[in-house]
Design a binder for this molecule. Structure first.
Ligand code: SF4
Length: 350
């Protein structure tokens, strides 16, 4: 199957563009308290180092709003203010950040929603209309329940209001904690609208279940060409969200970073492959340029996979063989495997 991206409108968020043919951006959300600007800035830096393109911060109160200016000044990736219930916070935040995320279902009605959109227009920033099955309008819930149809209808209502005031600088998300509902909502929406989509399975849980649910939901949509930005929502350190997001994109050939291959281990495995593979994987996560690394446990499939990698290692009973670009370079002591592989990768200056 060839990957064909759905055509969406292009929206600028700070210094990056999403939608159209622009790269699929990775988002995450700080869990440091926004009112603690220093802590939030440190977390944004860690997220950026991990590969995060856009970061969202919660703005639940005036103290958080007061910290936004300092956070925005220090951050070199776009900042999105996440606001619920109090439309006045959204109006103020629009003067500071690169994007506002609101849920029209809890911002206080049409008039207040319009005021937020007008504020965004004034600052030339986009708004993410984030519909969530947890906060759908009562009439939609009564008629359709927590279904994909209800989610898409809720988003359609918000879009009609925005279009009435000629505001189209919009990104849409349609979140549910149910993977199939999530997939169906985005599919349905994509057939009707061309607004760029922020995709993800909300409240996916801690690792590993959150990663699995996200990979199924986000991966299915991406494979169908749906999705312009994504977030993996985990009950974890948000840096993990970025690593999982990169792996999902990588699995579909949509991220130009490291490809990591290691064998599943079996009764033939001689050294401690699990420990070795985990260590090499963890220490090469931040590589952003294309490289394929293989760590293989024995001579059955080892040489074949290691040969296909840029840097590969295949173990035998007493030795390990280092491969580079398809050729055996030398045999090494298995105890030195991690260090040797990491040194060879370092020499490539990635
Ligand atoms: Fe088993 Fe060898 Fe395959 Fe690893 S590479 S799973 S050790 S047969």
């Amino acid at each position: 199957m060839r990957y064909t991206r759905r055509k969406t409108r292009v929206v600028r968020i700070g210094n990056i563009k999403i939608g159209g043919d622009n790269k699929i951006a990775i988002q995450s959300m700080c869990n440091a308290p926004t009112k603690d600007a220093k802590k939030t800035i440190r977390q944004i830096q860690s997220l950026q180092e991990a590969g995060c393109d856009i970061v969202r911060v919660a703005v639940p109160d005036r103290e958080s709003l007061a910290a936004l200016a300092m956070i925005k000044k220090q951050a070199s990736i776009p900042i999105v203010a996440d606001i619920h219930f109090d439309y006045r916070l959204a109006i103020e935040a629009a003067k500071i950040v690169d994007k506002i995320r609101i849920n029209p279902g809890n911002i206080g009605g049409e008039e207040k929603f319009i005021q937020v959109l007008e504020a965004a227009k004034e600052s030339s920033i986009p708004v993410r209309i984030g519909v969530n099955t947890g906060s759908l309008e009562k009439d939609l819930l009564q008629k359709h329940g927590k279904t994909a149809e209800a989610v898409v209808l809720s988003a359609s209502r918000a879009l009609m209001i925005a279009e009435k005031i000629d505001f189209r600088d919009i990104v849409v998300s349609l979140k549910s904690s149910d993977v199939l509902d999530t997939i169906n909502s985005y599919r349905m929406f994509s057939e009707r609208f061309d607004y760029p989509l922020h995709i993800g399975v909300t409240e996916a849980g801690p690792l590993p279940i959150g990663a699995v649910k996200s990979a199924v939901g986000i991966g299915t949509l991406l494979a169908e060409g749906i999705g312009d930005t994504l977030r993996v929502s985990l009950t974890e350190d948000p840096v993990e969200e970025v690593y999982i997001a990169k792996e999902i994109l990588q699995g579909l050939g949509l991220y130009p970073g490291r490809v990591f291959v290691s064998c599943p281990t079996c009764g033939r495995t001689s050294p401690n492959i699990i420990k070795i593979a985990k260590e090499i994987e963890a220490k090469t996560r931040d590589i952003r340029k294309p490289i394929k690394i293989a760590v293989m446990g024995c001579e059955v499939n080892g040489p074949g996979e290691a040969r296909d990698a840029d840097i590969g290692i295949a173990f035998s009973k007493e030795k390990a063989f280092l491969f580079e670009k398809g050729k055996i370079v030398r045999s090494i002591n298995p105890k030195q495997a991690v260090n040797v592989v990491l040194e060879e990768i370092k020499k490539l200056n990635l």
